[in-house]
Write a protein that binds this ligand. Structure first.
Ligand code: HEC
Length: 461
């Protein structure tokens, strides 16, 4: 029964358009009465349908309010105006009858008041579903961009150095909630009567009272909702929305278990490093350029994976990609075509042990954001390496155990961002073949010592 009521309630946004349409039709006819012989009869007929569909709209609307946890304060205006619209329609209907006291009112009273009432009811209804600033929102965004006002963003700003002094609530909980919950739980849109935009509102709870149970934290509404299986109706956030990650669920749970503290810092609480780690911005992210790109085309990625190429984003939230041909030893220059469409996304490419040759440099120059290129154990001699000067972000170049010829390496001094070049060759002593400029001395590594291991070397698949 419950679910049938909810089902009917959900039809409200659809059903309301029937009386709206009928009322507009009635108005059209009303203002063109002289054109139709039987206009009074047709008008009554239409108004009859306004009444019928209007009653259903109000009933379904009331069900929706009851079943979906809207706040009465936010729907009451819409509700009363809906009823007023129905009453005015009824008045108009009666007015058109034979003898009635309503005849004392001017005819235009009905048509005009009905139109006004309809517009306001509809507007308030729209505010409930889309939020109060639905109409003005696009304009607000334009004006704030025009005047250079930045929207206040509550993003994670934790790093290795500052995390211990951060408060558990503002440092981690707030960014998670603003990202995944506040869009539906705020002063304008208060689903379930619950606001999560600040601490006071959160502690106050929703239509069923407090969402945090300080005596039995595991029974907190907030705790239960995020742990329910995604298919459950009461699971939060709703299935269709961006879900909490496992680390986020673990962290919020930990916070609730502590009694949802507001001001204590992570250090004071002795929060374990494992819980915090997923929220720290990593060294690696600074290694790669900060560029905002749309997500790469998933079809291209699937094709690459199907061809045994190892491809992965550089971090959890990033659209930048790293790729390795390690599993495809026969990979040749020609196959670089496979990467068309993700040239901008690629920041690291590992072609070690592949069959590429010197023409690869020209091809690699077309990848504007490459930070790291590995050509270890390939047959490159370095002819054409100057093309890589175009790669404005290139920081690391690996040429270990190649046919590299020292004369080409002098070009490297002019590369804008190059920080390290690894050219160890076990069978010869390259350092004797090259004339080192001071710049080259700082960037070229001849040694056999272990290459520094970067987080980016660990490819996660
Ligand atoms: C797409 C909108 C939407 C998003 C996003 C959303 N919720 Fe909700 N939430 C609802 C609706 C609708 C209800 C009321 C229906 C219900 O109780 O399931 C609700 C109810 C709740 C309630 C119960 C309130 C009470 O007192 O009954 C809690 C707790 C809750 N949400 C927590 C969250 C948390 C935590 C998040 C983020 C992880 C979240 N919600 C994200 C729509 C949303």
């Amino acid at each position: 029964m419950e679910s049938i009521l909810t089902f009917i309630g959900r039809f409200h946004p659809l059903i309301v358009h029937l009386p709206i349409g009928f009322i507009l039709l009635a108005q059209l006819l009303e203002f063109n009465r002289s054109k139709f012989k039987e206009s009074e009869k047709i008008l009554k007929f239409i108004l009859y349908w306004v009444l019928l569909s209007g009653v259903f709209s109000i009933l379904s609307g009331y069900l929706q309010y009851q079943q979906e946890g809207y706040l009465w304060e936010s729907v009451q205006g819409h509700f009363y105006l809906g009823i007023l619209t129905l009453i005015l329609s009824m008045g108009f209907y009666i007015f058109l009858g034979k003898k009635t006291i309503l005849k004392r009112l001017p005819r235009s009273f009905f048509s005009i008041s009905l139109l006004i009432s309809l517009i306001f009811t509809g507007h308030l209804g729209g505010n409930i579903t889309h939020g109060e600033d639905h109409l003005t929102e696009p304009l607000a965004e334009v004006s704030s961009t025009l005047f250079g006002i930045e929207n206040e963003t509550k993003t994670l700003q934790l790093n290795e150095k500052n995390y211990s002094e951060q408060s558990i609530y503002t440092g981690i909980v707030v960014p998670i909630l603003s990202n995944k919950c506040v869009s539906c739980h705020n002063p304008k849109k208060t689903k379930g009567g619950l606001k999560l935009h600040n601490y006071e509102a959160l502690v106050q709870g929703g239509k069923n009272g407090s969402i945090i149970n300080f005596d039995k934290p595991e029974q907190s509404e907030l705790f239960l909702r995020i742990h329910l299986p995604v298919e459950e109706k009461k699971h939060m956030p709703p299935k269709s929305k961006k879900q909490l990650t496992k680390a986020e669920i673990d962290f919020i749970s930990y916070w609730i278990e502590l009694g949802a503290p507001q001001n204590q810092t992570l250090e004071q609480l002795g929060t374990s490093r494992a819980l915090i780690d997923p929220f720290l911005s990593k060294e690696e992210e600074r290694f790669y350029p900060k560029i905002a790109l749309d997500a790469p085309d998933s079809k291209i990625l699937r094709d690459l994976i199907a061809k045994d190429l190892l491809i992965a984003p550089v971090s959890r939230e990033s659209n930048l990609l790293k790729i390795s041909t390690l599993n495809v030893p026969k990979f040749e220059n020609k196959q670089m075509e496979l990467l068309n469409g993700i040239q901008e996304h690629l920041v690291s490419i590992d072609l070690s042990y592949s069959a590429v040759n010197d023409s690869i440099f020209d091809l690699l120059a077309e990848f504007p954001n490459l930070v790291q290129i590995k050509l270890n154990h390939t047959q490159v001699t370095g002819k054409g390496i100057l093309a890589l000067q175009k790669n404005k972000n290139l920081k690391q170049l690996y040429l270990v155990e190649t046919e590299i010829n020292g004369i080409y390496l002098k070009h490297l001094s002019n590369f804008p961002s190059l920080e390290q070049v690894f050219i160890f060759q076990s069978k010869r002593n390259l350092s004797r073949e090259i004339e080192l400029t001071p710049k080259l001395k700082t960037i070229i590594e001849f040694g056999e010592y272990d290459l520094p291991k970067l987080p980016s070397d660990e490819v996660i698949y």
